[in-house]
Design a protein around this ligand. Structure first.
Ligand code: NAP
Length: 280
């Protein structure tokens, strides 16, 4: 299949690497000539250019720029697409984007691969990034069945775990397990930066090991992504932050009251809930 990829960054480049390795022909659109050359050298694209007409042969086009740029980028490439081309995006928020593009293109289907690293750009692109990871598609009632079936097949070829959800349910769910953790983890890192006592902070830094690495990872990722999810999923993120704040307040009160039994009960519940939540 001829696949167009717009925005040859971490996600776009990684899709290019996998689809090309699967035998598809990749047509990349990047704003930078240097990125085009690197994408071809890395085998993330067969052809790449900063001219949108590179996408004309594509049967399916993946929109992979930052969330805020998806509608503008789509408007720029639209005149170069075949009328039957299937278009999908990879944006981490769906409610603000998917219905808008549905209105503008009959063969649009929203998507979100739940995979990433703390890096960005074509240099960070990785093979098999999506393997065994969830990949959500967000069809609406009016979504073309050809678009849905074609993108579903491509997602399965990536060896990703396919899920279908409405844009609203998607945004509510990712606010809990992805967007809230970014903010909570960023707040954790910031807490460690509060230098009430330089010697203690220096010691904490020397002592930081796997636990801190795990809990600080998503807060130390690409700031642009964190800003975009907050801006475009504000309502759901605020709802999740409110619940989180209540949990922190309750924990604080329990510790203040030295209610160790209650704390034990709370932590036993979370210990049991975690494996169940991650495997069910
Ligand atoms: P990235 O590595 O920064 O790649 C985005 C690419 O988009 C850039 O390399 C650039 O490519 C292009 N771009 C940047 N600004 C642009 C603009 N103003 N107009 C047009 N193109 C622009 O970011 P990413 O992590 O791949 O994220 C891309 C998309 O994937 C986002 O919508 C994000 O929500 C989604 N996503 C990210 C993750 C993650 O964990 N990182 C996971 C799932 C989904 P060129 O230089 O080639 O133009």
């Amino acid at each position: 299949m001829k696949i167009g990829i717009v925005g040859l960054g971490l996600i776009g480049g990684s899709l290019g690497l996998d689809f090309r390795a699967l035998g598809h022909q990749i047509y990349g659109l990047s704003r930078s000539q240097k990125t085009c050359e690197l994408a071809i050298r890395k085998r993330a694209a067969d052809f790449a250019s900063s001219d949108p007409s590179i996408l004309t042969p594509a049967e399916v086009v993946f929109l992979c720029p930052p969330i805020a740029s998806i509608p503008t980028v789509f408007a720029q490439i639209k005149p170069s697409l075949q009328p039957q081309a299937i278009v999908t995006d990879v944006g981490s928020v769906k409610g603000a984007i998917a219905p808008l593009l549905h209105q503008q293109w009959p063969y649009f289907i929203g998507g979100h691969p739940m995979a990433g690293t703390a890096e960005s750009g074509i240099e960070a692109a990785l093979s098999n990034l999506f393997s065994n990871r969830p990949y959500v598609l967000t069809p609406l009632d009016k979504t073309s069945s050809v678009a849905l079936e074609t993108v579903q097949e491509l997602v399965k070829e990536l060896n990703a775990t396919l899920l279908l959800a409405s844009p609203t349910d998607h945004d509510r769910a990712v606010s809990l397990i992805s967007h809230l953790p970014i903010m909570a983890s960023a707040a954790l890192i910031s807490t460690c930066m509060v230098r009430e006592n330089d010697a203690v902070v220096t010691l904490a830094q020397a002592l930081a090991s796997s636990g801190f690495r795990d809990t600080s990872r998503v807060g130390g990722g690409n700031p642009e992504l964190g800003r975009m999810v907050a801006e475009f999923n504000q309502e759901e993120l605020l709802r999740s932050l409110d619940i989180y704040e209540q949990q922190i307040q309750a924990l604080r009160e329990t510790i203040l009251q030295q209610d160790w039994e209650q704390l034990d009960f709370y932590l036993t519940q979370t210990q049991q809930a975690r494996p169940a939540f991650l495997t069910e």
